[in-house]
Ligand binder design. Structure first.
Ligand SMILES: Cc1cc2nc3c(=O)[nH]c(=O)nc-3n(C[C@H](O)[C@H](O)[C@H](O)COP(=O)(O)OP(=O)(O)OC[C@H]3O[C@@H](n4cnc5c(N)ncnc54)[C@H](O)[C@@H]3O)c2cc1C
Ligand SMILES: Cc1cc2nc3c(=O)[nH]c(=O)nc-3n(C[C@H](O)[C@H](O)[C@H](O)COP(=O)(O)O)c2cc1C
Length: 397
C-alpha cells in the first residue's frame, strides 16, 4: 500500500505515480485521512509519501492519524515493512519534519524501515530519482517517477499595478502549444519549470479551462539587496512573448469548488486573487451566485486586480457581496481580517448555511490573522465543525 498525506497535491501525485511504477495490480493507494495506526496491522508493506507544514506538522488530512499515533495504545508494528518519502523545503526550520517524525515513530513501533527516509527538498529531482531507484531495487518497480510537463506558449504579459507602492504584479497568459488543452480545475496549481536552474516555481492558476488560456498572477519578489528572485526575474522580465515554457498542472483537490450549490466566502490578498478568481469563475460557470469576496491590497487606485470583472459580477448580482480593504488608503491601516472582524454576525450566518470558506494568498501577512478572527467569530465548536465538514479550504504561501 502507498499511503500519502498531502495539503496541496504534491505528495498525492507522487504517491499515485509510485503506485503506477509498482503496478496497479500489486499496490493500492490510500490517503492517510482514511488510515488509522491500528489498520496498519492489516498490511505487510506500506510506503508513505508525506509533506510537512507549520512547525514540522502533518498536512491537515493526516492530523487525526498523527494524534492517534501519539496515543499510549498505538499498536506494535513488528510485522510491518515500510519506507518514507518526506517532502519539504529546506528554507523552513522544521525541514521534512513530519516525514522524519513519522519514520521515527514507525521504527519505535517495531516496523522495519526498508531504506532510510528519502528527503526531497522542493521536489529535488535527484531525491525523487533515489526514491524511484529504491522502489526498483526493493520491489522491482518498472517505470521511473517523472512529472508530466506540457509545453505552453506565453502569449501575453500584463503589468497589473503600475504606480503601486507595492511590488510589481504581472498577469501571464499561456496557450497550450499542443493540440488539446491539458485538463485542470479551478483551484489547481501550475508548476513552472525553470530549466536553466533545474528547479520549478509554483503559482495558483487564475483561469478556468473554459477561458482556453492558462493565466497566472505573479508578484515580483526581491531579496534585501533589491535583486529579483529567480522565478520573478525569468517570468516577469526575461521571458519573451511567444516563448515556450514547460508547465506541470498539479491537482489541488482540497481547494476545488464545491459540487453542491452552497454559499462560498472567498478571502485573500495580493496575488491570492489568482486562486480566488479561478474559483469564482467556476462558480459562475456552475450558476452559483452566492459568492462573497473579501479582498485586500495596498492602494485602491492601482491594486484592485480584475476590477472591471469584479464590478461587473457585482452589478449582475453574480457576486453577492464585495468587501475591500486597502491598507495604504488611510491610517490606521486596514486589512481583510478587520473586515472579517466587523462582519462576524454575517460570517456566522453564512457558515450556518453551510458556506465554504476559501483563503488564498500570504500565509503570514494575512491567513494567520484571518484564522484568528474566524476562530473567535465562530467559537471552538463551530470552527471545529467547519473543518470537519471540509468547509475551510486554504491555498496559502
Ligand atoms: C502553493 C503555492 C502557490 C503560490 N502561488 C503564487 C501566486 O499565485 N503568485 C505569486 O506571485 N507567487 C505564488 N507563490 C510563490 C512562488 O512560488 C514563489 O515562491 C515566488 O514567485 C518567489 O520565487 P522567486 O524564484 O522569484 O524567488 P526566490 O529566488 O525563491 O527568492 C527571492 C527572495 O524571496 C524570499 N522569499 C522566498 N519565498 C518567500 C516567502 N514565501 N515569503 C517571503 N519571502 C520569500 C527569499 O528569501 C529571497 O530573498 C506560490 C507558492 C506556493 C507554495
Ligand atoms: C505554508 C507552507 C508551509 C510549509 N512548511 C514547511 C515546513 O515547516 N517544513 C518543510 O520541510 N516544508 C514546508 N513546506 C513545504 C512543503 O512541505 C512542500 O512544498 C511539499 O512539497 C508540499 O507537498 P503537498 O503539496 O503534498 O502538501 C511548507 C510549504 C508551505 C506552502
Amino acid at each position: 500500500m502507498v499511503a500519502y498525506a498531502s495539503q496541496t497535491g504534491t505528495a498525492k501525485e507522487i504517491a499515485e505515480r509510485s503506485v503506477e511504477a509498482l503496478g496497479r495490480e500489486r499496490a493500492a493507494l490510500l490517503p492517510m485521512s482514511q488510515l488509522t495506526p491500528r489498520q496498519l496491522l492489516n498490511h505487510r508493506r506500506v510506503l508513505f509519501v508525506v509533506s510537512t507544514y507549520g512547525e514540522g506538522d502533518p498536512p491537515d488530512p493526516a492530523q487525526a492519524f498523527y494524534r492517534q499515533a501519539c496515543a499510549v495504545d498505538a499498536p506494535a508494528l513488528n510485522h510491518l515493512e515500510t519506507a518514507v518519502l518526506a517532502l519539504g523545503d529546506s528554507s523552513y526550520r522544521h525541514y521534512c519534519g513530519f516525514g522524519q517524525t513519522l519514520a521515527s515513530w514507525l521504527a519505535r513501533q517495531g516496523a522495519t524501515l526498508l531504506f532510510q527516509p528519502v528527503l526531497a527538498d522542493k521536489c529535488d529531482p535527484a531525491a525523487l530519482r533515489s526514491w524511484s531507484n529504491a522502489l526498483s531495487q526493493q520491489f522491482q518497480a518498472t517505470t521511473a517517477i517523472e512529472k508530466p510537463y506540457t509545453d505552453w506558449r506565453l502569449v501575453r504579459r500584463r503589468h497589473m499595478n503600475p504606480g503601486s507602492v507595492g511590488g510589481a504584479c504581472y498577469e501571464l497568459s499561456f496557450e497550450a502549444a499542443i493540440d488539446t488543452l491539458p485538463f485542470w480545475q479551478a483551484g489547481d496549481i501550475a508548476e513552472v519549470a525553470i530549466d536553466q536552474y533545474g528547479l520549478h516555481r509554483e503559482y495558483s492558476i487564475a483561469s478556468t479551462p473554459g477561458e482556453g488560456m492558462l493565466k497566472l498572477l505573479l508578484r515580483q519578489r526581491r531579496d534585501t539587496d533589491g535583486r529579483l528572485g529567480i522565478g520573478s526575474r525569468w517570468l516577469t522580465e526575461e521571458l519573451e512573448t511567444g516563448a515556450i515554457v514547460r508547465i506541470h498542472l498539479r491537482e489541488n483537490a482540497l481547494f476545488h469548488a464545491p459540487d453542491q450549490a452552497v454559499p462560498a466566502i472567498f478571502i485573500g490578498n495580493g496575488t491570492g486573487i489568482a486562486g480566488l478568481r479561478s474559483l469564482l469563475k467556476r462558480r459562475l460557470e456552475q450558476g452559483n451566485h452566492e459568492n462573497w469576496l473579501i479582498f485586500g491590497e495596498r492602494q485602491s487606485a492601482c491594486d484592485l486586480h480584475y476590477r472591471d470583472e469584479l464590478e461587473r459580477w457585482l452589478a449582475e448580482k453574480r457576486l453577492a457581496r464585495l468587501d475591500l480593504a486597502f491598507s495604504r488608503d488611510q491610517t490606521p491601516k486596514r486589512y481583510v481580517h478587520h473586515v472579517l472582524a466587523e462582519a462576524q454576525a454575517e460570517i456566522r450566518e453564512w457558515v450556518a448555511r453551510d458556506a465554504i470558506i476559501y483563503v488564498c494568498g500570504s500565509k503570514n501577512g494575512m491567513a494567520s490573522d484571518v484564522d484568528g478572527v474566524l476562530r473567535q467569530a465562530l467559537g471552538g465548536r463551530r470552527y471545529a465543525a467547519l473543518i470537519e465538514r471540509r468547509g475551510y479550504r486554504r491555498d496559502i504561501y
